[in-house]
Design a protein. Structure first.
Length: 194
């Protein structure tokens, strides 16, 4: 009888300590955002006129001027996200007159209702597009900032890619068409059950 009165509270205390340790351990979960996107948002083309011989600037936003929002509430964990990484693979193509100059691209992520292409919403590095190639793969993984984490906790994130260039020149008039296809868009979240 005495042994039981000692082991029962001890077992309960051990169970509480083990459960507390498990609750504080970070848990990761991956959300396939591409699977949540409307099919028409996964690929498209934006265009800009190019005039022969003129050095000009290009500023294009994909998939459109406002970006695209993805609601993932039905596949997200029901806990508060403490950290998140966005992973993307986007194939970009160029069709149009031969260009000289420098063309760059950068990804953005923001919450619903926020300005997607605001400087505080950048994700990852700036990519320089090789103008000698007709296709470029933009890929990366980046940690999200606290403002972007708030969007993740609201279970809706808006994304976009800005393509810009200065001092671009062409040998002939034409239309510069930049196509894109989202190959992967995943969110890796870390949360704790507290």
């Amino acid at each position: 009888m005495r042994l039981r009165t000692f082991t029962t509270p001890l077992a309960a205390a051990v169970a509480v300590v083990v459960l507390a340790a498990c609750a504080a351990a970070p848990i990761t979960h991956t959300v396939d955002l591409k699977a949540q996107m409307a099919e028409e948002s996964t690929a498209g083309t934006v265009t800009a006129p190019i005039v022969a011989g003129e050095a000009g600037a290009v500023d294009l936003r994909l998939p459109d001027e406002d970006g695209d929002c993805i609601d993932f509430a039905d596949v997200a964990p029901g806990a508060t996200v403490r950290a998140a990484q966005l992973h993307w693979v986007v194939d970009a193509t160029y069709d149009g007159p031969d260009l000289t100059g420098k063309l760059q691209a950068r990804a953005f992520a923001a919450g619903a209702g926020d300005e997607v292409f605001h400087p505080s919403h950048t994700v990852g590095p700036v990519f320089t597009l090789n103008l000698d190639k007709t296709a470029t793969r933009l890929a990366g993984t980046a940690d999200l900032n606290p403002t972007q984490l708030a969007a993740i906790n609201d279970r809706e994130v808006c994304w976009g890619v800005e393509v810009w260039g200065e001092d671009l020149a062409a040998h002939e008039d034409g239309i510069a068409a930049i196509g894109y296809e989202v190959r992967e868009l995943r969110l890796r979240v870390t949360f704790s059950v507290v």
